[in-house]
Write a protein that binds this ligand. Structure first.
Ligand SMILES: [Zn+2]
Length: 189
C-alpha cells in the first residue's frame, strides 16, 4: 500500500510539471533540498545540497559586518526603532555573535518605546526651559539625553544594514558620550 501511495504522489508531481506556471509555484513553495531530491534522487543530493548551502550563506555578519562563509541564518522577531510592530526578520550572523544580536533585539523590544518617549520628553523640557528662561536646567537635560543614548544605543536600520549592529552601536554610544561631555561643559559656563 505505501508503495502505491508514493507512486501516486510521484505521478501527480510529473503531471504538474507539464504546466510551467505550476512548476514555478512548486519551485517557490518547496525547500531547495526537496527540489534537489525530486530532480536528482537521493544519491546526487548531498554534494549539490552542501555547495548550494555554502553559496547561500556567503555574505557579511549582521553583527560585526565581517565577511564570512561561516554565517548562520537566524530568524528573530524584531520590532521597529520604537520597539513596536515586532515581525520576524532573517539575519545572517556568525554563530559566535548570535547571542549579542539576540540580546540587542530583545533590549530594543523591551525598552525601545520607553527610550523614544524619554527622548521626546527631554526635547520638550529643553524647549520649555529655554522658553521660560530656566537655562540652568539645559546642561542637565543635554547630559541626561547623552546618558540615555549610551544606555540604550538604538540605531537606525539604514546604519545597521551599512555598518552592522556593532559599529552602529559604538557610533551611537560615542555620540551619547559627546552629548554628556557637552552637558558638563555647559554646566561650567
Ligand atoms: Zn559577527
Amino acid at each position: 500500500m505505501p508503495r502505491i501511495g508514493s507512486l501516486l504522489t510521484k505521478r501527480k508531481v510529473l503531471a504538474d510539471a507539464r504546466s510551467p506556471i505550476k512548476v514555478a509555484v512548486a519551485v517557490e513553495q518547496q525547500p531547495l533540498s526537496r527540489l534537489l531530491r525530486l530532480r536528482y534522487g537521493r544519491k546526487g543530493l548531498p554534494r549539490v545540497g552542501r555547495s548550494a548551502k555554502r553559496l547561500a550563506m556567503q555574505g557579511r555578519c549582521a553583527w560585526c559586518n565581517q565577511e564570512s562563509d561561516e554565517l548562520k541564518e537566524v530568524t528573530i522577531v524584531t520590532p521597529n526603532r520604537l520597539g513596536l510592530q515586532p515581525q520576524p526578520r532573517t539575519f545572517q550572523v556568525l554563530p559566535q555573535h548570535e547571542p549579542d544580536l539576540r540580546r540587542y533585539i530583545s533590549r530594543l523590544e523591551r525598552f525601545g518605546l520607553l527610550f523614544a518617549l524619554l527622548m521626546l520628553t527631554i526635547s520638550i523640557a529643553m524647549v520649555l526651559a529655554a522658553a521660560l528662561g530656566k537655562f540652568a536646567f539645559i546642561p542637565w537635560l543635554v547630559a541626561l539625553a547623552g546618558a540615555l543614548v549610551i544606555v540604550f544605543p538604538f540605531t537606525t536600520p539604514a546604519a545597521v544594514s551599512r555598518f552592522g549592529f556593532k559599529t552602529s552601536i559604538t557610533v551611537v554610544r560615542f555620540a551619547g558620550g559627546v552629548l554628556l561631555v557637552f552637558g558638563a561643559f555647559l554646566k561650567t559656563m
